[in-house]
Design a protein around this ligand. Structure first.
Ligand code: ROI
Length: 161
């Protein structure tokens, strides 16, 4: 199954967090990396009172089930020292399952496509970089979502690959 993951960090040298996450995810049994976007910087959405985020999108191929993948990603988050405090608070590493093939999942702890992804510049722009032809279940063509989505201060980092 082709899966797209959204990665974000705004604490503890975020660029290093994303690099470490990329390696940790690629090393999970049953996952192989297909593509990794550029890194992007953006102001925190939702609560302004925290550091800027670094975000990226990773494409993987996996034979894990959605819930196995979710558990594996939560392990990677926890190994990188994520402490879950406040909802929408600053974090060392956040990994979101954006898309799981063309599946629509409404499980108590896993909603796919990821809620909010269709309006978030820090998800749509990196996703379009690695998979411009995507059609997103219940949202439509990625290129059209991007065209409608303001940058909101999003910057592609050119010196950090
Ligand atoms: N804002 C940005 N720019 N990037 C994120 O990854 C991100 N993640 C979050 C909230 C706090 C909603 N804001 C964000 O969880």
């Amino acid at each position: 199954m082709r899966v797209y993951l959204g990665l974000g960090s705004n604490l503890e040298t975020p660029i290093d967090q994303l690099r470490a996450a990329r390696i940790a995810i690629s090393n999970v049994n049953g996952i192989s990396e297909i593509a990794f976007s550029s890194l992007y910087r953006s102001p925190s959405m939702g609560s302004k009172d925290q550091p800027d985020y670094i975000n990226a999108v990773m494409a993987i191929e996996t034979d894990l089930s959605p819930l196995e993948l979710l558990a594996a990603m939560q392990c990677v988050e926890n190994e990188q020292g994520r402490i879950r405090t406040e909802h929408w608070g600053a974090r060392t590493l956040d990994i979101d399952i954006l898309l799981f093939g063309n599946e629509v999942l409404n499980l108590p702890n896993l909603i796919v496509p990821h809620y909010g992804m269709a309006e978030r510049a820090f998800v749509l722009y990196p996703l379009a970089e690695i998979a411009p032809g995507l059609d997103i279940p219940s949202h439509g063509k990625l290129v059209e979502l991007v065209a409608r989505c303001p940058l909101d201060g999003l910057e592609r980092l050119t010196d950090a690959a």
